[in-house]
Design a protein around this ligand. Structure first.
Ligand code: FE
Length: 228
């Protein structure tokens, strides 16, 4: 297996490239439009064929490269079935398996940050989108976000995974790159609550500013990054 974590400085987004060393098939999670050339170059250098691209949810802080990558490589575009993006080619259900060669990615429906948020588990690698972050959790105050759904997704789904599961989120703003379920359970300040109500209380009082380019990015991302 081949694994690369790429970082977009402008939006603090992590993009993941995972490939099978056997058949050279590759999959990209949460690509950023401005970095398409970097991905194409990397795929070429590593002699990989991009076959699938996943967006964990409709992002507000950057534009996805999904449609551009589809155009350039003919890869399939994938999102969870709750996505408002009509042009997504493969819409996966909760618990559905996405395959590239011998690698399996299990889709886990984890609404809360947005109503269309999915996480993906490959062996002990958890790609959590913005559902669970390192020392944080995704905000729940726009795109049909819901703090009670988020609580359920985090506590009853993601935190039920083995403690050694590696956590690879879609963002980090503090220079962290990876964590684990066990570490987050112990140290993530948002998770030190005793009830859904307590979590809701925290999330309802974050008072975060609206993401700067949200009104441009969300409509673009509903078209998978193509021009509206
Ligand atoms: Fe997000």
């Amino acid at each position: 297996m081949l694994f690369k974590q790429l970082f977009d400085k402008t939006s603090s987004t992590f993009t993941y490239l995972i490939a099978s060393s056997k058949g050279r098939e590759a999959l990209i999670i949460d690509p950023v439009l401005e970095n398409v050339d970097i991905y194409i170059k990397l795929l070429k250098e590593l002699d990989l064929k991009l076959v699938k691209v996943i967006d964990t949810h409709i992002h507000a802080d950057h534009i996805t490269a999904a449609s551009k990558l589809n155009e350039k490589t003919n890869c399939s575009t994938i999102m969870g079935e709750h996505t408002p993006a009509e042009s997504v080619q493969i819409k996966v259900k909760d618990d559905e398996i996405i395959k590239i060669d011998d690698l399996n990615f299990r889709a886990i429906y984890t609404p809360g940050h947005t109503s269309d948020s999915y996480s993906f588990l490959m062996n002990n690698y958890l790609f959590s989108g913005d559902t669970l972050l390192i020392n944080g959790t995704g905000r729940t105050d726009f795109q049909n976000g819901n703090s009670r759904d988020a609580y359920n997704s985090i506590f009853n789904k993601l935190l039920k995974l083995p403690e050694e599961t590696l956590l690879y989120p879609a963002h980090d703003y503090n220079g962290k790159k990876v964590s684990s379920i066990g570490q987050e359970k112990k140290f993530n300040p948002r998770l030190q609550v005793n009830s859904e109500n307590e979590y809701e209380e925290i999330m309802n009082n974050l008072n975060l500013p609206k993401p700067k380019l949200m009104d441009i990015n969300v409509p673009r991302n509903i078209k998978l990054g193509a021009f509206v």
